[in-house]
Design a protein around this ligand. Structure first.
Ligand code: ADP
Length: 266
């Protein structure tokens, strides 16, 4: 009897299968809802700068009696908005690529070199702050050098944007007592309120919307940072005191364990 109804034993199996299936459906629904929200949020974020651009262009078109200074201010707004739009599009692409699950190219990377390179390339951006390299050990990880560079740029860029000029930005890299390396970026900036802390790695979440916008933020940096870290098998943590500053720490698996001398120092 091939087409027999399931017996008691297989009914159990069927029950398990049904609940596994329901779980899968719930997961799919969540993923779908997530995707739907992403598209809605992204369109909203894209629409805002486009509306500002349109408004400014109409202003230039209509107002023949704008003074030279006013005209220049409008052009400056247009330029800023175009820049923001450019960043937004490239951040959205990064995130879309990440979510499409495009694998990383993991190769041995000297992380200390990445740090030195990025610090050198961001010299101008960081010129108004005091930059302190707390410690910088030779560290190797299996990673995608371009993505790791992007990660550090995001953290430094935030430290700069959320710290008033004259504040301090500290960078550190070294082995931990475990099989991990730790990369940290700390600042003496505005800090993050405890209620915002659990959300700052979410797409488009901003603790301070006005400031984020004014400084060219897209609300996507930390979501991209978290994806990069997790794709390397690591994790990212944040500690912060409003008004005192923030410290972001990235922990990644070490490609090779710390040498005895380095370990003795940590
Ligand atoms: P944004 O482009 O808005 O900076 P991010 O995803 O990089 O987006 O960061 C999310 C939010 O987390 C920011 O809007 C800001 O409120 C907060 N944040 C991130 N880094 C810092 C920092 N170093 N100091 C204070 N707040 C920060």
């Amino acid at each position: 009897f091939r087409h027999r109804l399931p017996t008691a034993g297989s009914r159990d199996e069927l029950g398990q299968l049904t609940s596994a299936f329901n779980e899968m459906l719930a997961e799919l629904e969540k993923a779908f809802e997530n995707q739907r929200r992403f598209v809605a949020d992204a369109s909203h974020e894209l629409r805002a700068p486009l509306a500002t651009l349109q408004g400014n262009l109409e202003l230039l078109e209509r107002a023949a009696n704008l003074s030279e200074a006013e005209r220049r201010a409008v052009w400056r707004d247009i330029r800023d908005e175009v820049r923001r739009l450019g960043r937004l599009v490239s951040d959205l692409l990064s995130l879309a690529r990440a979510e499409a699950g495009q694998g990383l190219h993991l190769l041995p990377v000297e992380l200390d070199r990445v740090v030195t390179d990025v610090l050198r390339s961001m010299r101008n951006e960081v010129a108004q702050h005091r930059l302190v390299v707390e410690h910088l050990e030779p560290v190797q990880v299996m990673g995608d050098a371009d993505r790791l560079r992007e990660l550090l740029v995001i953290l430094l860029d935030n430290a700069i944007r959320y710290t008033p000029p004259g504040g301090e930005i500290r960078v550190g890299l070294g082995h931990t007592p475990g099989p991990e390396v730790a990369l940290s970026v700390a600042d003496t900036g505005i800090g993050i309120a405890p209620e915002d802390l659990p959300h700052i790695f979410e797409r488009f979440y901003r603790a301070d919307k006005a400031r984020s916008r004014a400084t060219g933020g897209t609300g996507l940096g930390l979501a991209i940072a978290r994806w990069i870290v997790e794709a390397h098998g690591g994790r990212i943590e944040v500690e912060s005191q409003p008004g005192q500053g923030s410290r972001f720490t990235v922990r990644l698996p070490a490609a090779r364990p710390a040498s005895p001398e380095t370990e003795a120092h940590t």
